[in-house]
Write a protein that binds this ligand. Structure first.
Ligand code: ZN
Length: 155
């Protein structure tokens, strides 16, 4: 047997749970292999630590409640989704508000820059909007469409 196979059997070997033939194989391997001897030594030390840990008393009904939680996986996953939703939605809403403020400011500044350079008064918003909507190049599809809307005949 290789070390990997031996390593998987060490715990059972330690607890004398292997068959007689397996126990002989592991025992023979341990006599020759320092790596597996080291693993066996660690296993023994770990076992000593567990033996020295004092028993602790758990609250009444602990086992019953533990088993209920173990047997209710859907409840756990639902609460995870709920937690995720509660954490993500406020962040998304805050980001949407910030984005709309930044974008609105950006658009407003650009419109101001465009109209500030023209001779149109920035206070006359109706005229500005009219100028913006009717300033298509002559002969363009939008210009023809505007002429049709305004009842003017294009030539
Ligand atoms: Zn080995």
């Amino acid at each position: 047997m290789r070390c990997g196979q031996i390593k998987r059997k060490l715990s059972a070997f330690f607890d004398h749970e292997l068959s007689e033939s397996e126990e002989i194989i592991v025992d023979e391997h341990l006599k020759e292999c320092e790596g597996c001897q080291s693993n066996m030594k660690e296993l023994g030390e770990l076992c000593d630590i567990f033996v020295r840990i004092p028993d602790i008393s758990v609250p009444f009904y602990f086992r019953t409640r533990l088993m209920q939680k173990i047997n209710a996986p859907t409840e756990v996953s639902l609460s995870f989704i709920e937690k995720f939703r509660r954490a993500v939605l406020p962040v998304a809403a805050a980001m949407a508000v910030i984005l709309s403020l930044v974008l609105g400011n950006y658009i407003g500044e650009n419109l101001y820059t465009i109209f500030a350079g023209s001779s149109i008064s920035e206070n006359d918003s109706v005229e500005v909007l009219d100028f913006a909507l009717n300033s298509f190049p002559e002969g363009s599809l939008s210009d023809i469409y505007q002429n049709v809307l305004n009842g003017e005949k294009s030539e």
